[in-house]
Design a protein around this ligand. Structure first.
Ligand SMILES: *Cc1c(COP(=O)(O)O)cnc(C)c1O
Length: 433
């Protein structure tokens, strides 16, 4: 399968090129040339298949032309070695808990899949070592570092702002060792991101080493997120709920929801999507006005969604051939303040005895407000509430138990390389690697 750029100004790439490069040379995002329809027979028997079996069928449609069946199956099964339960929260709203992976965040799925696919290509072609640069405000760094840990032929550099990530998150990428290096930058998240961007543009560095990114611009990270949309629908079918399924996604960079939209193009019976936003409401405004006006991001308590210029918007636009009408007909939006997020989290806990995290709370509220009587709603619960322990405890006034898996990270020894936010220093460091 070939991949084209959303900017339309660079040559078509193979899957391997798209995964290794991340971004097309015209700075556009890669899109698969064909989105394969899955047969009706698959949708009929989906309810009797395991999560891994369903995921493999979807993965085969995306990557089957470029990866041999046995390797692809192994990648899928290794990636999804944890449960994704669909939990009823009230009468017609279900939570798809995507936080049972190693770092308790949905990004584990994409990060694990991408690391293994990249590892597969490096091993197959006996390629030069690849260096993954990732800037993080917390969650991406931990998922990527853990996803890539120990994968041969890949080194990961996690850049994070000194003193600005939570202690648990910091432990999740500074205690791993092996092929993971944490770079503690004296600056804010935007400085980290700027360093990574400059590195990708720097000719000396690119001659010296092979560099790639691991955020949701990479096709190998965002496409696998389609797997659990199919699984959610299969579980609803099992419960006899087949019609008018609505999926609501707490959105930041829009990689997650874009994967769901791909699922719909492949025939997944979902009637519509809701993109739930915090105060960073760029997409919501786009739906209202037809104009896309990126802004500086605003800090909120659902901070993994604090994105003022969502990169995957380009993919959404491309999927619907730029038509505002077509986008509006399948996706609606909403935007909530921190106060509303807090109220929702607290009320849901008191009424339903179900603890949300701030991101899931945004999506749950959207379903409560916008689901019609004949519809059934699923929201993606993207992180375990204990990852936002202080915030959640302040809202509900009770202690939140930290799962064992998360506590384990706190035991390791922190190791990081301290750097200024100056590009020359960062470059000089990488040139020694
Ligand atoms: C990354 C993240 C999101 C946003 O996902 P996008 O794919 O960027 O839209 C939502 N919730 C949590 C907890 C996240 O870590």
């Amino acid at each position: 399968m070939k991949y084209y750029s959303t900017n339309g100004k660079s040559d078509r790439a193979t899957l391997q090129e798209a995964v290794v490069k991340g971004l097309a040379s015209d700075r556009g995002l890669f899109m698969p040339e064909v989105i394969k329809q899955l047969p009706a027979s698959f949708f009929e028997k989906m309810k009797d298949m395991s999560f891994q079996e369903i995921a493999y069928t979807v993965a085969d449609a995306f990557f089957g032309e470029d990866v041999d069946a046995e390797s692809l199956k192994k990648i899928v099964y290794e990636t999804l070695n944890f449960d994704v339960p669909l939990v009823p929260v009230n009468d017609n709203i279900y939570s798809l808990e995507l936080y049972h992976g190693p770092t308790l965040a949905f990004k584990d799925v994409g990060a694990r899949f991408m690391s293994r696919l990249l590892g597969y290509f490096i091993a197959k072609e006996n390629q030069k070592e690849v260096n993954v640069l990732v800037a993080t405000s917390g969650d991406t760094g931990s998922a990527v570092a853990n996803g890539f840990l120990g994968v041969k032929g890949i080194r990961v550099f996690v850049l994070y702002p000194k003193g600005k990530v939570s202690p648990i998150q910091e432990c999740q990428f500074t205690t791993l060792g092996q092929n993971i290096t944490a770079l503690e930058i004296d600056g804010v998240f935007d400085d980290c991101q700027a360093l990574v961007k400059s590195a990708f543009m720097d000719a000396d560095l690119n001659n010296h080493m092979k560099l790639t990114s691991a955020n949701s611009i990479n096709v190998a990270r965002f496409l696998p997120q389609a797997f659990y949309y199919f699984y959610a629908v299969s579980q609803l079918h099992k419960l006899g709920k087949k019609d008018n399924i609505v999926i609501c996604v707490p959105s930041g960079n829009f990689g997650n929801i874009t994967a769901g939209l791909f699922g719909k193009k492949m025939g997944l019976p979902v009637s519509r999507f809701i993109a739930a936003n915090n105060k960073n409401d760029i997409f919501y405004q786009y739906l209202l006005t037809g104009k896309y006006s990126p802004k500086a991001s605003i800090q909120t308590i659902a901070n993994a969604m604090d994105v003022g210029d969502p990169s995957n918007f380009a993919r959404v636009l491309d999927l619907y051939k730029g038509s505002h009408e077509a986008i509006k007909s399948e996706i609606s939006g909403c935007t909530y303040t921190d106060e509303q997020i807090k109220d929702t989290l607290k009320e849901c806990y008191q009424k339903n005895d179900y603890l949300l995290d701030p991101h899931g709370a945004v999506a749950y509220r959207a379903l409560c407000e916008h689901l019609k009587g004949n519809e059934v709603g699923v929201f993606l619960e993207t992180a375990h509430p204990a990852k936002f322990k202080d915030t959640v405890e302040n809202i509900i006034g009770e202690e939140v138990v930290v799962p064992q898996k998360l506590q384990e990270f706190m035991k390791g020894k922190k190791q990081s390389v301290e750097l200024s936010k100056d590009f020359d220093a960062f470059k000089a460091y990488l040139m020694t690697k």
